[in-house]
Design a binder for this molecule. Structure first.
Ligand code: BTN
Length: 240
């Protein structure tokens, strides 16, 4: 694993994608400041100042796309939960990969694929974790109730001391995950979910689906039972 630290960048994901040819498999890029961070579903990811984590991991598992690659975000969400648990917290996962503390979002994950024709050049797995933010800045984030690790435990967080165990946790079973897929982490993922057996609304592109979140299947998909007893298997979406 190689680690590259930058002072300021538009987005670590953009930087990793633009320079993907020059990065080896398992290269980690992080920036102290990120002025145009991007989130899932065309949202932005706000820079809450120095000491927060803005990181992208370049992965080059093979030259062609494999259906388990989208599940790497779920694998990373479980790795993150385990690190947060070491701080005495009880993080929960909101499908597919948001990590929450008491219903407040503390981290977001955005995976992007770089293709050249049918050839997979690599995956860029971006993660933002609020480590050192102030309440006022968190409240200014639109449409989102957010929190930060420093506020949860009442002390400042050392960025490197957080990043190292997160990367260790992630890479500890990453190769095995590539061989086994979501099933490897299914139980660990489900035990941390906060939406199962509840009535939820899920935005899927321009559609809203409503129903009871019945289960997470072996592919990490969300199985939703609608009020008229139809089962929907969702591969992408955003629980509202
Ligand atoms: C989301 O919850 O919408 C995903 C947010 C992902 C943010 C991270 S911060 C590092 C990396 N660079 C980006 O531009 N986005 C990701």
């Amino acid at each position: 694993m190689k680690i590259l630290g930058l002072e300021e960048i538009d987005s670590t994901n953009n930087y990793a994608k633009m320079n993907i040819d020059s990065f080896e498999d398992k290269t980690v890029i992080y920036a102290k400041r990120q002025n145009s961070g991007r989130g899932r579903l065309n949202r932005s990811w706000v820079d809450l100042g120095d000491g927060n984590l803005f990181m992208s991991i370049v992965l080059k598992p093979s030259n062609s796309f494999n259906e388990i690659y989208p599940n790497i975000t779920q694998y990373l969400s479980v790795s993150l939960c385990k690190v947060l648990e070491c701080y005495g917290l009880k993080p929960q996962i909101k499908w597919p990969n948001d990590v929450l503390i008491d219903g407040k979002k503390i981290a977001g994950i955005l995976s992007e694929t770089v293709m050249e024709g049918h050839l997979l050049k690599g995956l860029v797995l971006g993660i933002g974790v609020n480590l050192n933010s102030c309440q006022k800045d968190l409240e200014s984030i639109e449409n989102k109730i957010a929190t930060s690790l420093n506020l949860e435990i009442g002390q400042d967080i050392d960025l490197n001391a957080f990043m190292a165990p997160l990367l260790n946790e992630f890479f500890a079973n990453y190769d095995e995950f590539l061989n086994s897929g979501f099933k490897l982490i299914k139980d660990e993922y489900i035990s941390r979910t906060c939406f199962l057996n509840k009535e939820i609304r899920v935005q899927v592109f321009n559609n809203i689906k409503t129903g009871v979140a019945k289960s997470i299947n072996d592919k990490g998909e969300l199985v939703l039972l609608s009020n008229d007893n139809n089962e929907f298997v969702l591969t992408i979406g955003d629980i509202l």
